[in-house]
Design a protein around this ligand. Sequence first.
Ligand SMILES: [Zn+2]
Length: 247
Amino acid sequence: MLLLKEVEIISVDGIVVSSTPFKENSKIINIFTKEKGIIGCVSKGCKKLKSPLRLISENFAYGTFHLYYKEDKLSTLIDGDIKNYLINSKSDIVKISYLSYLCELSVNVYKESESEDIYSLLEAAILKIEEGYNPQIITNIIELQYLKYIGIDLNLDGCVVCGNNKVVTLSLSKGGYICSNHRTNEPIIDEKVLKLLRLYNYVDISKITNLDIDNSISNEINRLINEYYDEYSGINIKSKKFLKDLE
Ligand SMILES: [Zn+2]
Protein backbone atom coordinates (compact mmCIF):
# COMPACT_ATOMS: atom_id res chain seq x y z
CA MET A 1 0.00 0.00 0.00
CA LEU A 2 1.29 3.45 -0.84
CA LEU A 3 1.62 5.72 2.16
CA LEU A 4 0.52 9.22 1.27
CA LYS A 5 2.34 10.80 4.18
CA GLU A 6 5.69 9.56 2.90
CA VAL A 7 6.18 12.93 1.17
CA GLU A 8 4.63 16.03 2.63
CA ILE A 9 5.06 19.74 2.01
CA ILE A 10 6.27 21.53 5.11
CA SER A 11 7.46 25.04 6.02
CA VAL A 12 10.19 25.24 8.63
CA ASP A 13 12.31 27.99 10.12
CA GLY A 14 15.98 27.24 9.94
CA ILE A 15 19.50 28.08 8.93
CA VAL A 16 21.71 26.49 6.28
CA VAL A 17 24.63 25.06 8.25
CA SER A 18 26.51 23.35 5.43
CA SER A 19 26.24 22.42 1.78
CA THR A 20 27.86 20.29 -0.88
CA PRO A 21 27.79 20.68 -4.67
CA PHE A 22 25.36 18.34 -6.42
CA LYS A 23 25.27 17.73 -10.15
CA GLU A 24 26.03 20.70 -12.37
CA ASN A 25 23.96 23.53 -10.92
CA SER A 26 22.54 22.16 -7.72
CA LYS A 27 23.49 21.73 -4.08
CA ILE A 28 22.59 19.52 -1.20
CA ILE A 29 22.05 21.82 1.74
CA ASN A 30 21.78 20.89 5.40
CA ILE A 31 19.22 23.03 7.17
CA PHE A 32 19.22 23.14 10.96
CA THR A 33 15.60 23.58 12.00
CA LYS A 34 13.84 23.94 15.31
CA GLU A 35 11.11 21.37 14.75
CA LYS A 36 12.81 18.68 12.71
CA GLY A 37 16.48 18.90 13.54
CA ILE A 38 18.87 18.75 10.61
CA ILE A 39 17.22 18.28 7.22
CA GLY A 40 19.24 17.27 4.16
CA CYS A 41 17.69 18.87 1.14
CA VAL A 42 18.33 19.03 -2.61
CA SER A 43 18.20 22.57 -3.96
CA LYS A 44 17.79 22.10 -7.69
CA GLY A 45 19.46 24.62 -9.98
CA CYS A 46 20.32 26.96 -7.10
CA LYS A 47 23.76 27.78 -8.46
CA LYS A 48 22.27 29.51 -11.50
CA LEU A 49 22.38 33.28 -11.08
CA LYS A 50 18.70 33.72 -11.77
CA SER A 51 17.54 30.83 -9.63
CA PRO A 52 14.93 31.86 -7.04
CA LEU A 53 16.60 29.34 -4.72
CA ARG A 54 20.08 30.88 -4.99
CA LEU A 55 20.15 33.08 -1.85
CA ILE A 56 18.11 30.79 0.39
CA SER A 57 20.56 27.96 -0.44
CA GLU A 58 23.73 29.82 0.58
CA ASN A 59 25.58 28.94 3.75
CA PHE A 60 24.06 30.73 6.76
CA ALA A 61 20.87 31.53 4.86
CA TYR A 62 18.40 32.15 7.66
CA GLY A 63 14.69 32.05 7.03
CA THR A 64 11.65 29.92 6.35
CA PHE A 65 12.12 26.96 4.03
CA HIS A 66 9.30 25.32 2.11
CA LEU A 67 10.10 21.79 1.08
CA TYR A 68 8.95 18.34 0.08
CA TYR A 69 9.88 16.64 3.30
CA LYS A 70 11.00 13.03 3.48
CA GLU A 71 11.91 11.80 6.90
CA ASP A 72 15.38 10.24 7.00
CA LYS A 73 15.83 10.80 3.26
CA LEU A 74 16.81 13.75 1.11
CA SER A 75 14.07 16.35 0.98
CA THR A 76 13.62 18.81 -1.90
CA LEU A 77 13.60 22.57 -1.49
CA ILE A 78 10.63 24.26 -3.16
CA ASP A 79 11.04 27.86 -2.05
CA GLY A 80 12.24 29.98 0.84
CA ASP A 81 11.84 33.36 2.52
CA ILE A 82 14.88 34.98 4.04
CA LYS A 83 14.22 36.47 7.48
CA ASN A 84 17.48 38.32 7.89
CA TYR A 85 20.27 38.57 5.31
CA LEU A 86 22.91 38.83 8.08
CA ILE A 87 24.68 41.41 5.95
CA ASN A 88 26.95 42.68 8.74
CA SER A 89 28.12 39.20 9.62
CA LYS A 90 28.58 37.99 6.07
CA SER A 91 30.78 40.96 5.16
CA ASP A 92 33.13 40.45 8.11
CA ILE A 93 35.65 37.61 8.05
CA VAL A 94 35.86 37.48 11.86
CA LYS A 95 32.10 37.32 12.33
CA ILE A 96 31.67 34.76 9.59
CA SER A 97 34.30 32.59 11.28
CA TYR A 98 32.31 32.69 14.50
CA LEU A 99 29.15 31.85 12.55
CA SER A 100 30.86 28.82 10.98
CA TYR A 101 32.05 27.64 14.34
CA LEU A 102 28.69 28.18 16.05
CA CYS A 103 26.84 26.26 13.32
CA GLU A 104 29.29 23.37 13.44
CA LEU A 105 29.22 23.26 17.23
CA SER A 106 25.41 23.43 17.32
CA VAL A 107 25.07 20.51 14.92
CA ASN A 108 27.43 18.45 17.10
CA VAL A 109 25.60 19.32 20.31
CA TYR A 110 22.23 18.69 18.66
CA LYS A 111 23.35 15.23 17.57
CA GLU A 112 24.12 14.38 21.21
CA SER A 113 20.98 15.82 22.79
CA GLU A 114 18.31 16.27 20.09
CA SER A 115 16.98 19.18 22.13
CA GLU A 116 14.94 21.92 20.44
CA ASP A 117 16.69 24.44 22.69
CA ILE A 118 19.84 24.19 20.59
CA TYR A 119 18.25 25.81 17.56
CA SER A 120 16.80 28.63 19.65
CA LEU A 121 20.17 29.31 21.28
CA LEU A 122 21.97 29.29 17.93
CA GLU A 123 19.38 31.60 16.40
CA ALA A 124 19.64 34.09 19.29
CA ALA A 125 23.45 34.05 19.09
CA ILE A 126 23.51 34.66 15.35
CA LEU A 127 21.15 37.61 15.66
CA LYS A 128 23.20 39.17 18.47
CA ILE A 129 26.40 38.85 16.47
CA GLU A 130 24.62 40.43 13.50
CA GLU A 131 23.49 43.30 15.77
CA GLY A 132 27.14 43.98 16.58
CA TYR A 133 27.70 42.37 19.97
CA ASN A 134 31.17 40.94 20.65
CA PRO A 135 31.17 37.58 18.84
CA GLN A 136 33.69 36.01 21.19
CA ILE A 137 31.55 36.76 24.25
CA ILE A 138 28.35 35.59 22.54
CA THR A 139 30.15 32.39 21.50
CA ASN A 140 31.44 31.79 25.03
CA ILE A 141 27.92 32.21 26.41
CA ILE A 142 26.61 29.63 23.95
CA GLU A 143 29.48 27.25 24.68
CA LEU A 144 28.80 27.45 28.40
CA GLN A 145 25.04 26.99 27.96
CA TYR A 146 25.55 24.00 25.65
CA LEU A 147 27.47 22.07 28.31
CA LYS A 148 24.37 20.67 29.96
CA TYR A 149 23.20 19.22 26.64
CA ILE A 150 26.40 17.23 26.35
CA GLY A 151 26.25 16.19 29.99
CA ILE A 152 29.22 18.12 31.33
CA ASP A 153 27.71 21.31 32.74
CA LEU A 154 29.77 23.19 35.30
CA ASN A 155 28.30 23.72 38.77
CA LEU A 156 28.21 27.50 39.08
CA ASP A 157 25.77 27.74 41.98
CA GLY A 158 28.22 27.17 44.82
CA CYS A 159 31.20 25.05 45.81
CA VAL A 160 30.97 21.82 43.84
CA VAL A 161 31.98 19.85 46.96
CA CYS A 162 29.97 21.48 49.78
CA GLY A 163 27.58 23.96 48.16
CA ASN A 164 29.02 26.96 50.06
CA ASN A 165 28.44 30.09 48.01
CA LYS A 166 31.62 31.83 49.17
CA VAL A 167 33.74 30.52 46.33
CA VAL A 168 37.34 31.38 45.54
CA THR A 169 38.04 29.70 42.24
CA LEU A 170 36.89 27.28 39.57
CA SER A 171 38.14 23.75 39.10
CA LEU A 172 37.65 22.33 35.62
CA SER A 173 38.54 18.84 36.77
CA LYS A 174 36.05 18.96 39.66
CA GLY A 175 33.45 20.58 37.41
CA GLY A 176 32.61 23.86 39.12
CA TYR A 177 33.24 26.51 41.72
CA ILE A 178 35.39 25.70 44.74
CA CYS A 179 35.37 27.31 48.21
CA SER A 180 38.53 27.99 50.22
CA ASN A 181 38.01 24.85 52.31
CA HIS A 182 37.96 22.59 49.30
CA ARG A 183 40.61 24.24 47.22
CA THR A 184 43.71 22.11 46.79
CA ASN A 185 46.14 23.30 44.12
CA GLU A 186 43.80 25.22 41.81
CA PRO A 187 45.04 28.73 40.96
CA ILE A 188 42.82 31.53 42.28
CA ILE A 189 40.61 33.07 39.59
CA ASP A 190 39.58 36.73 39.51
CA GLU A 191 36.27 37.31 41.27
CA LYS A 192 34.89 39.15 38.23
CA VAL A 193 35.63 36.13 36.03
CA LEU A 194 33.83 33.85 38.49
CA LYS A 195 30.77 36.09 38.65
CA LEU A 196 30.59 36.52 34.89
CA LEU A 197 30.82 32.77 34.28
CA ARG A 198 27.64 32.36 36.29
CA LEU A 199 26.01 35.21 34.40
CA TYR A 200 27.05 33.69 31.04
CA ASN A 201 25.58 30.40 32.15
CA TYR A 202 22.13 31.76 32.94
CA VAL A 203 21.61 34.83 30.75
CA ASP A 204 18.89 34.80 28.11
CA ILE A 205 20.92 35.65 25.01
CA SER A 206 18.00 37.19 23.16
CA LYS A 207 17.58 39.72 25.99
CA ILE A 208 21.18 40.94 26.12
CA THR A 209 21.45 44.70 25.65
CA ASN A 210 24.85 45.45 27.16
CA LEU A 211 28.09 43.48 27.01
CA ASP A 212 30.56 45.90 28.46
CA ILE A 213 33.27 43.52 29.68
CA ASP A 214 37.02 44.24 29.92
CA ASN A 215 39.07 42.39 27.33
CA SER A 216 41.34 40.85 29.95
CA ILE A 217 38.32 39.40 31.75
CA SER A 218 36.55 38.11 28.63
CA ASN A 219 39.79 36.61 27.32
CA GLU A 220 40.31 34.75 30.59
CA ILE A 221 36.77 33.36 30.35
CA ASN A 222 37.43 32.37 26.76
CA ARG A 223 40.62 30.58 27.81
CA LEU A 224 38.84 28.64 30.56
CA ILE A 225 35.98 27.59 28.28
CA ASN A 226 38.37 26.53 25.51
CA GLU A 227 40.39 24.48 27.99
CA TYR A 228 37.25 22.81 29.33
CA TYR A 229 35.98 21.93 25.84
CA ASP A 230 39.39 20.57 24.80
CA GLU A 231 39.67 18.41 27.91
CA TYR A 232 36.15 17.19 28.52
CA SER A 233 33.70 17.69 25.63
CA GLY A 234 34.99 15.12 23.16
CA ILE A 235 33.85 17.55 20.47
CA ASN A 236 36.48 18.43 17.94
CA ILE A 237 35.53 21.20 15.57
CA LYS A 238 37.54 22.09 12.50
CA SER A 239 36.51 25.74 12.42
CA LYS A 240 37.63 26.23 16.02
CA LYS A 241 41.27 26.17 15.04
CA PHE A 242 40.72 29.13 12.77
CA LEU A 243 39.09 31.06 15.61
CA LYS A 244 41.99 30.33 17.94
CA ASP A 245 44.36 31.66 15.29
CA LEU A 246 42.26 34.84 15.02
CA GLU A 247 42.39 35.36 18.77
ZN1 LIG B 1 33.41 23.71 49.59
